[in-house]
Design a protein around this ligand. Structure first.
Ligand SMILES: [Zn+2]
Length: 124
């Protein structure tokens, strides 16, 4: 259980509040917990009824998609450079395009650009 799972959006006071767990005892035996809003004291019948703030955010998935889309955009931008092309051949002193058989710069942009597979990418 993360600390975040204690955050609730209380339907009674409409506030982002914390879940208060009060142990219920039958004699010395713990028989359960009373779940209530730390702000207004609104009680929840069961754990399933607790409106955890984290749970009420299906939008978090679309948010997770969004940065990915941005990354693809960035990859496309950098992908225009010859150094990310499968025809880019780097030697100790020269950088060549194996398609055009000429010397190039890593930052050249080529209309015949063909993305190098990620697995071939030199980590350096
Ligand atoms: Zn409340």
């Amino acid at each position: 259980m993360t600390a975040d799972s204690k955050t609730i959006r209380c339907p009674a006071c409409q506030a982002e509040s914390l879940l208060k767990r009060t142990p219920l005892y039958d004699g010395f035996k713990k028989i359960g917990e009373k779940l209530s809003c730390a702000d207004c004291g609104h009680e929840f019948a069961s754990e399933a009824e607790v409106p955890f703030a984290g749970k009420a955010r299906p939008a978090i998935f679309s948010e997770a998609d969004a940065p990915k889309a941005v990354q693809i955009f960035k990859a496309d931008e950098k992908g225009k450079f010859c150094r990310y092309c499968r025809h880019y051949v780097v030697n100790p002193f020269t950088q060549r395009c194996s398609l055009h058989r000429r010397l190039i710069q890593a930052t050249d942009i080529c209309p015949q650009f063909d993305r190098k597979p990620e697995t071939d990418e030199d980590p350096v």
